[in-house]
Design a protein around this ligand. Structure first.
Ligand SMILES: Nc1ncnc2c1ncn2[C@@H]1O[C@H](COP(=O)(O)OP(=O)(O)OP(=O)(O)O)[C@@H](O)[C@H]1O
Length: 395
């Protein structure tokens, strides 16, 4: 009871309570029962830890944390086109829900079921969101803009649920326009100007909406990152893109008009380049270490990891403020880069988050600071066993 005499409910927590994998990567079958605390998976290289995180990433729309094709995921040794599946009992804001997803036999598309009923992948967004950090993202601040843009769009999507649909529609129209211009460039017949105009109109509408959503999301995230979190550095975020500059300054119709005109003006250039040379698909996210006033790419490896963790924790705070629940956090091999002070601060933050986090590492000792605030599993040869238990956790 609180001081005012009312009952204080524990905060809602988004959590996977059961995860079942079938012919998923190295797992022929796995069943994992978990409570709502953070989950720590430890084991040797190649044991199957990241595969579990990848399976969890399929509880949200998209291609998962490895951006794999459906055919790459099915367990080696199964016949071509064989099915694979991920099923989970998810405890969320709407109570427990059963999610099933995977490839059905011979299908080229990911199928989704929610409480047994066929659904679309986008419908998963209403149930959960997930955010991940993987070793593949260690060079995010150093390498080309594509990876940062994907990260930016995942962050935006976590705050603005319509963003993924806008981005998909934009890309669809862009691909079609490129196809027409490419055919013209190869000497085929000239594209119908009305059809090109309609595609550019679609790109302008969806592109303007995308840019506006990114501007809102980055403004919230920049504010949350500016505070830092204990030993995790404050960071300053900014969008780098002309369409986003327009979106930050002008009305949506104005942005649409300017983008439509820019695309029209770029037709012959795009035809020669064989690519769409202007638009929000070329924007970037700039991240600076605030205290050092340096681009994140010029910080040390550990500092870059700490900035990424700052951003993920800031996104969790923003999403909690917007929707009441943080994203599921999938942190692959993150703690190995952090010093003891940062590890302790990360464990404190994750234990208090309104969503479950899943972490992997090769060395269990590094997670000691969690104590009983987390649940620990050992992964070995595609089997997962809860610490202190024998074989019940897999069958
Ligand atoms: N489609 C597949 N079928 C069977 N095995 C696969 C498939 N895809 C990947 N694997 C194997 O799954 C194993 C576990 O991979 P995973 O990435 O989960 O390891 P990990 O425990 O995270 O290792 P590390 O600590 O090195 O990151 C690897 O040996 C990999 O070759």
């Amino acid at each position: 009871m609180s001081e005012t005499g009312t009952t204080v409910c524990p905060p809602a927590r988004l959590a996977v309570r059961r995860l079942t994998l079938t012919d998923f990567r190295c797992y022929s079958r796995l069943r994992l029962d978990t409570d709502s605390r953070p989950v720590v998976l430890t084991g040797a290289n190649g044991a199957g830890k990241t595969n579990v995180l990848e399976a969890l990433s399929f509880l949200t729309p998209g291609r998962g944390l490895r951006r794999a094709t459906l055919g790459e995921i099915v367990r080696h040794g199964t016949e071509a086109g064989a099915p694979w599946g991920v099923a989970a009992l998810l405890d969320g804001s709407q109570g427990p829900v059963e999610i099933g997803t995977g490839r059905e036999s011979g299908s080229e598309r990911r199928s989704v079921r929610i409480d047994g009923q066929p659904a679309k992948a986008q419908d998963l967004a209403a149930l959960a969101s997930a955010l991940w950090l993987t070793p593949a993202m260690d060079r995010l601040f150093i390498e080309g803009a594509a990876g940062r843009r994907r990260f930016l769009d995942r962050l935006t999507f976590g705050q603005e649920s319509g963003h993924a649909a806008q981005a998909t529609a934009y890309e669809h129209a862009m691909r079609e326009r490129s196809r027409l211009l490419k055919a013209a460039g190869q000497g085929d017949r000239r594209p119908d100007p009305a059809w090109l105009g309609a595609l550019e109109d679609a790109m302008a509408r969806h592109g303007a909406a995308m840019a506006a959503a990114r501007v809102r999301a980055v403004a919230r995230l920049d504010q949350a990152c500016a505070e830092g979190l204990g030993p995790f550095p404050a960071a300053r975020l900014a969008l780098v893109g002309e369409v986003e500059d327009w979106a930050a300054a002008g009305a949506p119709e104005e942005v649409e008009d300017r983008l439509r005109a820019a695309l029209r003006a770029a037709r012959s250039r795009d035809e020669a380049a064989g690519a769409t040379t202007f638009g929000p698909h070329r924007s970037d996210l700039s991240v600076r270490h605030a205290a050092k006033d340096l681009p994140a790419g010029q910080c040390s490896t550990g500092e870059q990891k700490a900035v990424l963790v700052s951003m993920v924790l800031a996104q969790a705070r923003v999403r909690t403020a917007l929707s009441g629940l943080a994203p599921l956090l999938l942190l692959d091999e993150v703690v190995a880069h952090l010093d003891a002070t940062r590890r302790a601060a990360l464990f404190d933050a994750l234990a208090e988050l309104s969503a479950q986090s899943w972490m992997t590492g090769t060395d269990e000792v590094l997670f000691d600071g969690f104590g009983d605030r987390a649940q620990f599993f050992r992964v070995a040869e595609a089997r997962v066993v809860k610490n202190g238990e024998d074989t019940d956790e897999y069958r």
